[in-house]
Write a protein that binds this ligand. Structure first.
Ligand code: HEC
Length: 108
């Protein structure tokens, strides 16, 4: 009797594990943006600095966002001030950059 209930419990745990794994796969795109951010943008935007607008600090981004998403994207692509063109991410597509800007300018 005890053995049987032990078996059932294992099966339930196993199912739950599979469910969690599939949720993880569904979030893959988001993970891709986070990865690009940490490789290319975090070195400047991940630190408090007088220059680069700090990622996830929404107050700092208000003035930037007021320019409109298209201007921000254009400035990121061509470079602005001390930020090099594409924010150094040359493997990033326009769409990646757009998502990166959204990711950085929102709270986590
Ligand atoms: C070498 C440091 C550096 C890196 C790497 C970098 N940035 Fe920047 N970024 C800056 C600086 C400095 C500014 C502020 C420029 C200014 O307004 O004079 C800035 C500003 C911006 C802005 C605001 C532009 C505007 O029009 O106000 C966006 C958007 C941005 N960065 C996106 C990115 C993204 C996306 C990445 C990664 C792909 C990235 N940056 C990587 C230094 C960097």
């Amino acid at each position: 009797m005890i053995r049987v209930s032990g078996c059932v419990r294992t099966a339930v745990l196993c199912c739950f594990g599979t469910l969690l794994a599939s949720v993880h796969v569904a979030a893959a795109t988001d993970d891709g943006v986070k990865e690009l951010y940490s490789i290319y943008c975090a070195s400047c935007h991940g630190v408090k600095s007088a220059e680069a607008p700090e990622a996830f600090n929404t107050a700092v981004w208000q003035r930037r966002l007021a320019k409109g998403a298209d201007s921000l994207l254009a400035n990121t692509i061509q470079g602005i001030g001390n930020m090099p063109s594409q924010g150094t991410c040359f493997e990033c597509t326009k769409d990646d950059l757009r998502q990166l800007i959204q990711y950085m300018s929102n709270t986590k």
